[in-house]
Design a protein around this ligand. Structure first.
Ligand SMILES: Cc1cc2nc3c(=O)[nH]c(=O)nc-3n(C[C@H](O)[C@H](O)[C@H](O)COP(=O)(O)O)c2cc1C
Length: 151
C-alpha cells in the first residue's frame, strides 16, 4: 500500500492549521488506499539547517537529521498542509525541505494550502514546486478551490 505522509507545516502553538491537518488526515484515512502517517513539523522541531555537508551526500552529522531522513524516506508520497505567510510558505517548512535531498526525490506531492486572505494560499503550490529538490518532487497541476476567491 502507498505510504502517504500528511505533513503539517505550521509550527505556531495556536496554529489554525493543526485541526485542518488532522481533518485532512482523517479524510484520507476514510478514503482508504493509503497507509497514512501524520507528521507535525512543530513536533519534529528541527533546528535551522546545521549539517556541515550537502544533503545530497546523505552524510548526516546529527541525529535529528538522521531521524528526519528515516521518516521522509519511509514515505512514497506527501500531502503538505501549508499556511501562507507573507506571500510564501513557512520558514520551518522550507528548512525541513532543505535538510534532505534524495529522500524527497521523485515522490509525488499534493498540497492543501490555507491563509487569512481570500485566495486561501492558492498561489503556494507553484512556489513549493520551485523549491522542491531537483524539481523532481512536484505537485501535479490541479484547480485551486478557496472560499471567497474567484479562482
Ligand atoms: C507570519 C504570518 C504571515 C502571514 N502572511 C499572510 C499573507 O501574506 N497572506 C494572507 O492571506 N495571510 C497571511 N497570514 C495569515 C495566515 O495565512 C492565516 O492566519 C493562517 O490561518 C495562519 O496559519 P497558522 O494559524 O497555521 O499559523 C499570515 C500569518 C502569519 C502568522
Amino acid at each position: 500500500m502507498t505510504r502517504l505522509h500528511v505533513v503539517s507545516a505550521a509550527t505556531r502553538p495556536t496554529s489554525s492549521g493543526r485541526p485542518l491537518a488532522q481533518w485532512v488526515t482523517e479524510q484520507v484515512r476514510e478514503r482508504g488506499g493509503f497507509e497514512v502517517t501524520a507528521v507535525d513539523l512543530a513536533e519534529i522541531a528541527l533546528p535551522f539547517l546545521d549539517e556541515p555537508e550537502y544533503a545530497s551526500t546523505g552524510n548526516y552529522a546529527h541525529q535529528h537529521t538522521r531521524d528526519w531522513s528515516a521518516l521522509v524516506d519511509s514515505a512514497d508520497a506527501f500531502l503538505f498542509v501549508l499556511p501562507m505567510y507573507n506571500g510564501g510558505f513557512t520558514a520551518p517548512f522550507k528548512n525541513a525541505i532543505d535538510f534532505l535531498y534524495n529522500e524527497w526525490k521523485g515522490k509525488p506531492v499534493g498540497i492543501v494550502s490555507y491563509s487569512g486572505g481570500p485566495t486561501g494560499g492558492a498561489r503556494r503550490p507553484r512556489c513549493c514546486c520551485r523549491c522542491s529538490p531537483g524539481s523532481a518532487c512536484c505537485p501535479p497541476r490541479a484547480p485551486s478551490r478557496s472560499r471567497g476567491s474567484r479562482s
